[in-house]
Design a protein around this ligand. Structure first.
Ligand code: ACO
Length: 349
């Protein structure tokens, strides 16, 4: 497919392939109850989380990201053709240097591609889609690989009941490239407010380096402050990106939010005017996997047939920074019938 079917027009760009990975080890609420001062019922009723996955001791964020890219390749072996930029959104990089993106690129046969990490915590995947779109529109890259991957279990104090119960490990990988006119990304809204930085922080951590950093360099959080911020920005950024696109919530088939807490998602749904029945929620099984929640939710809803080609999606996320990101997109899954229809529409028949 050419980048721009009509000379002089901006090419439509979107997600052309999507893969995910979650480590096999399940950690249930009962496992926490057996070990620290909490109880399984409290965790589920206050967060919606029932279990999460933890990486193996020798499994780090780059390995999780590679797992997601391998899943993507299993679904579409040609998906990485023309990828010349790799962006890894992560808050739990293997190390500060080298970038986790460079390590992932090397392992999936993309050595030589531009590679860098993006640090906007749970907003990272949606931020990354926008950055990849920008690189392609600027002519710097032909296609981009955006990986949201985390091994949060290694940077969260597993004895701190305020944070330990919330987070899990996982990854998602998306190729960004040309899609038929009328499909793909419509608009993005990105933002950050460093004034709230102290509500959610990680001073420094490099779990993979032998002898790396001392314990104590784990995630710190003021849960109530983050909760209030999350509800406000998910609503505001969702409404802003809808207005930019000229849509109302009634036009949206599926809301795909960052999965941090079911109560945050419910409040955000109310603010955007979306029912929970049209919202993809899977945090019960994965917890908060930071930059991986949006692709994990998206992939699951595609696999079970909820999200279908041509549907209108609204993605909203928030995270450390504090940061937020929202996006509207018309899903294009590459179905031949849709390509044919889109090509007919492009030439006006
Ligand atoms: N088990 C049992 N009791 C607990 C636990 C626990 N794991 N954690 C806290 N409590 C207790 C508290 O000590 C408190 O007791 P007290 O009343 O005697 O003082 C009581 O439960 C209520 O505490 P709150 O903090 O008010 O509980 P809340 O209902 O706000 O839920 C939570 C806490 C789940 C952390 C919530 O505030 C939240 O989800 N905040 C957002 C967190 C978030 O999304 N973080 C990730 C951001 S994304 C990123 O970028 C990484």
């Amino acid at each position: 497919m050419t980048a721009s079917p009509i000379p002089g027009t901006r090419p439509s760009l979107g997600i052309t392939a999507l893969g995910t990975y979650a480590p096999p080890r399940r950690v249930t609420n009962a496992d926490f109850e057996a070990r620290i001062d909490t109880n399984a019922e409290w965790i589920e009723s206050r967060t919606g989380i029932r279990e999460r996955r933890f990486a193996a001791p020798d499994e780090y964020t780059s390995d999780v990201g590679v797992g997601a890219v391998r899943d993507l390749l299993a679904r579409d072996p040609d998906a990485l053709l023309e990828v010349d930029a790799v962006i890894c959104a992560t808050v739990s990089p293997d190390a500060l240097m080298p970038s986790t993106a460079a390590l992932i690129a090397m392992q999936v046969g993309l050595t030589g591609a531009a590679a860098f990490d993006l640090s906007t915590a749970c907003s990272g995947f949606v931020y990354g889609l926008s950055v990849a779109q920008g690189l392609i529109l600027a002519g710097t890259a032909r296609r981009g690989l955006v990986v949201g991957a985390e091994a949060l279990s290694k940077i969260v104090d597993q004895d701190d009941r305020n944070t330990a119960i919330l987070f899990g490990d996982g990854g998602g990988a998306a190729v960004v490239g040309p899609v038929p006119q009328g499909y793909g990304f419509q608009h993005f809204v990105l933002g950050a407010d460093g004034a709230g930085g102290s509500s959610l922080y990680l001073r420094c951590a490099a779990p993979r380096l032998p002898g790396g950093f001392e314990m104590g360099e784990t995630v710190g959080m003021n849960g109530r402050e983050v909760f209030k911020f999350a509800v406000r920005v998910l609503g505001d950024s969702g409404n802003e990106v809808l207005a930019k696109t000229g849509l109302s919530s009634a036009d949206v088939d599926w809301l795909v939010p960052h999965q941090a807490n079911i109560r945050i998602i419910e409040a955000a749904c109310e603010r955007v005017g979306m029912p929970l029945s049209k919202t993809v929620v899977n945090l019960g099984r994965y917890g908060n996997t930071s930059s991986a929640t949006v692709p994990l939710a998206l992939r699951e809803a595609l696999d079970d047939g909820r999200i279908r080609d041509g549907q209108q999606l609204l993605l909203v996320a928030f995270g450390g920074g504090l940061s937020w990101a929202a996006s509207t997109m018309k899903w294009w899954g590459g179905a031949p019938s849709l390509v044919a229809r889109a090509e007919r529409e492009a030439v006006g028949v």
